[in-house]
Design a protein around this ligand. Sequence first.
Ligand SMILES: Nc1ncnc2c1ncn2[C@@H]1O[C@H](COP(=O)(O)OP(=O)(O)OP(=O)(O)O)[C@@H](O)[C@H]1O
Ligand SMILES: [Mg+2]
Length: 223
Amino acid sequence: MFITVSGQKGGVAKTCTSIHLASVWAELGRSVCVVDADRNRSALAYRIRGELPFQVVPVEAAAKASRFADVVITDGQASSDEEELRHLADGSDLVLLPTAPKARAVELTVELAQLLQRVQVPHAVLLVKVDLRQQRAAHEARKALETFGLQVLRAEIPLLAAFDKAETQGLPVFAAIDDRGRADPRRMAGWSAYQSVAQEIECLISKPSSVASRTISPLPLSA
Ligand SMILES: Nc1ncnc2c1ncn2[C@@H]1O[C@H](COP(=O)(O)OP(=O)(O)OP(=O)(O)O)[C@@H](O)[C@H]1O
Ligand SMILES: [Mg+2]
């Protein structure tokens, strides 16, 4: 299974999503390789900081390192370069587009999805950093994305400080420690959200006809 996590917006949780999907599949006993295709090398830095149950390799080393992996996840960089995207997405079963429920993030995702549609790459949107106190924003974002014909995964990733802690500690969120040195109380909400995403992706990929948005209606954006 080849998944590319992409997006035009910086800081939208591409690396966090790559690391957590990889963690979920690794915990399920799959052989996973994360390919760091970002010049910032954020996934590699995350891996080096702590302990993760899978390997992370720079894109230059991907060919050999990913040879025996069941799951290869490419952590892409914020980009709208069509050629760069085409290369990254060419070998993907799915391009995942993490998107925060904010107007600009939704607009950029729609633009990127239109590019992906041109190059006929299956893609789906994951709503991330969803503030549970402002679920209306997530609902509106979902509606706007769906209006454009995009497939939005049912599972959503909540906005949780535990993800930030996990990143600093180089661990999956379920192992995050809070500022008092105790297991972060909200960590399992984040972990189970990524478990649901992984399950949904597997279902999507095993049913290719339903995978991802392939047609996008040119409607005005209202988010
Ligand atoms: N669900 C979440 N709740 C709270 N914080 C989050 C969540 N997901 C990610 N973050 C935090 O948001 C920041 C940006 O996340 P991340 O580095 O994954 O984004 P990115 O899209 O890979 O950024 P870049 O474009 O720089 O590569 C990080 O500090 C991360 O810990
Ligand atoms: Mg990143």
